[in-house]
Write a protein that binds this ligand. Sequence first.
Ligand code: AMP
Length: 110
Amino acid sequence: MATIFTKIINREIPAAIVFENDKVIAFKDINPQAPVHILVVPKKETVNDIKEEDKELIGEVYLAIGKIAADLGIAEEGYRVIANCNEYGGQEVFHIHFHLLGGKKLGPLV
Ligand code: AMP
């Protein structure tokens, strides 16, 4: 089912896009939890279960993360990447995505 992220990909709703190529889009989280909080989203509408055919796509996501972190000046000091999965993971949007957090020394994971 289409989610809010599909609407952002299709430019049906606005977002502060910081990176885009043919496979991945990244934009600022609307409710940032750190000075830098970017959502990195494969354009392919996929749920959480990564299939064999998605292996390369996840590689594209991590290449994008490295580029975005460098562009935003957080690569050297460091950052965190989180993917929330289902209820216990605290997932709200069911289109796989990765939170890129940085810009300060982050606290404990949970
Ligand atoms: P998750 O809990 O991992 O599913 O994270 C979903 C994230 O999407 C949350 O951090 C929200 O703040 C963020 N979010 C929801 N709607 C938007 C939007 N329109 N633009 C940017 N970020 C959004």
